[in-house]
Design a protein around this ligand. Structure first.
Ligand SMILES: Cc1ncc(COP(=O)(O)O)c(C=O)c1O
Length: 403
């Protein structure tokens, strides 16, 4: 296993203080909004005791977001909270006063009128926006990049959204969505920021803090020492890292950000360390579809440069390994159906623990308590089966690949 990990960058200490918009108090408010939906339940935090023993760490916890609102992924947390903030603004109410029931009241609906939410997505974010729009009896237009699995498109159309696959990559699809929103007077609900567009991504990131809020309750005082978070534009990782930094203060866990090597814009930005964001262009063709973003979210980077300790760029095989381990647990551990983007953090953590060089940076040992988030279930079921059942993307193929 040695020498499998080729790209792991350790960040210099950065003690800059900053206003943290993703802390415990904020998360409590966000979670209150989410819990007003009839579909809300706390997603499981699974303890994998036997896997921990096998890999020589004290404990491994995995938050299973496949149970989120019946949508098979965490992403709806961001889109729904951002939509709530947008509606609160239009209703001239503090967002804390909005609940699902209030938003469904006929007089509120009448005041809001017909709205169209527009977004670009690799799948899960768009599904969350389409679901929220449909629950609130509003319209959604969702654009998806070239190469998107048809199952992901259909999963969005299931919620009566107008959804299309474009012939360009993710970042160009975002630009197309912006144009459509401008033309149709729609409300852009995008999970990445650009100049003049920071409120919605801020609210989306705040939406993700519900996961952190639930996790610290579920851990009942156990402190994770090592957290592995997967990144696309970095919004989820940035929000959760900032939440954990606020909650644990001086005892913040070591946070490692993982990305597919074909879309490692956060890794490249960390490594360059020149105060600029670094994009990745081209097809961005990784199996980790949710992480195939070439342009970091600037708001998210602002959190990650402060609170993340390590940045890793990894091949698809690492995520596939994580999917197989989670789906086929050791006797006594609970199985987790985790998709390509969902299993990236755990896949990297386990392989990092087994790699002498990587582990000298990660510092995992017998006293470590590892926390990962399985951010999605089998959102592309045929791909899930080909990886988990038929062994596609096995680690054996990796050793022959020249890096
Ligand atoms: C399942 C899954 N995990 C993780 C991510 C990464 O989130 P972010 O783009 O905020 O970094 C995504 C993004 O779409 C996703 O769909």
């Amino acid at each position: 296993m040695a020498e499998l990990i080729h790209y792991l960058h350790q960040q210099k200490e950065d003690n800059l203080s900053v206003v943290n918009h993703y802390g415990y108090e904020q998360a409590e408010k966000v979670c209150r909004f989410h819990s007003s939906f009839p579909e809300y339940t706390v997603t499981p935090l699974v303890r994998l005791e036997n896997l921990a023993k096998l890999f020589g760490v004290k404990d491994i916890y995995v938050k299973d977001e496949s149970y989120r609102f019946g949508l098979n992924a965490f992403k709806v947390l961001g889109g729904s909270y951002a939509i709530a903030c947008e509606l609160a603004k239009r209703l001239q109410l503090p967002v804390e006063e909005l609940t699902y029931d209030k938003l469904m009241a006929p007089e509120v609906k009448q005041k809001l009128g017909e709205l169209t939410f527009v977004t670009a997505t690799d799948g899960n974010h768009g599904r969350g926006v389409a679901w929220t729009a449909s629950r609130l009896q509003q319209k959604a237009i969702v654009l998806m990049p070239k190469g998107t699995e048809l199952a992901r498109l259909e999963a969005i159309r299931d919620f009566e959204a107008e959804a299309y696959i474009t012939d360009v990559n993710y970042d160009d699809t975002v630009r197309m969505a912006r144009k459509i929103a401008a033309e149709c007077g729609g409300i852009m609900v995008q999970d990445t920021s650009w100049e003049g567009y920071e409120d919605v991504p801020l609210h989306i990131m705040q939406g993700y803090t519900t996961m952190g809020y639930e996790i610290v309750q579920q851990l009942q005082g156990v402190r994770p020492t090592h957290v592995f978070l997967q990144a696309g534009v970095g919004a989820m990782a940035g929000a959760v890292a900032a939440f954990l930094a606020d909650y644990y203060k001086a005892d913040k866990p070591i946070i490692t950000i993982v990305e597919p090597e074909k879309a490692d814009c956060i890794f490249k930005t960390a490594k360059a360390d020149d105060g600029r964001l670094h994009n990745v262009t081209g097809a961005l063709d990784s199996i980790m579809a949710g992480l195939c973003c070439g342009e970091p979210c600037s708001l998210a980077w602002d959190m990650l440069r402060r609170y993340a300790d390590n940045f890793a760029s990894m091949p698809d095989e690492f995520a596939a390994y994580g999917m197989r381990v989670l789906g086929n647990p050791l006797s006594g551990d609970t199985a987790i159906v985790s998709g390509e983007s969902g299993a990236a953090g755990l896949g990297f953590a386990l392989l990092g623990r087994s790699d002498v060089h990587a582990n000298s940076l990660l510092q995992l040992d017998e006293s470590s308590v590892v926390l990962c988030i399985s951010t999605e279930g089998d959102t592309a079921p045929a791909k899930y089966r080909s990886i988990v059942w038929s062994g596609e993307y096995s680690l054996d193929k990796l050793s022959s690949v020249e890096k």
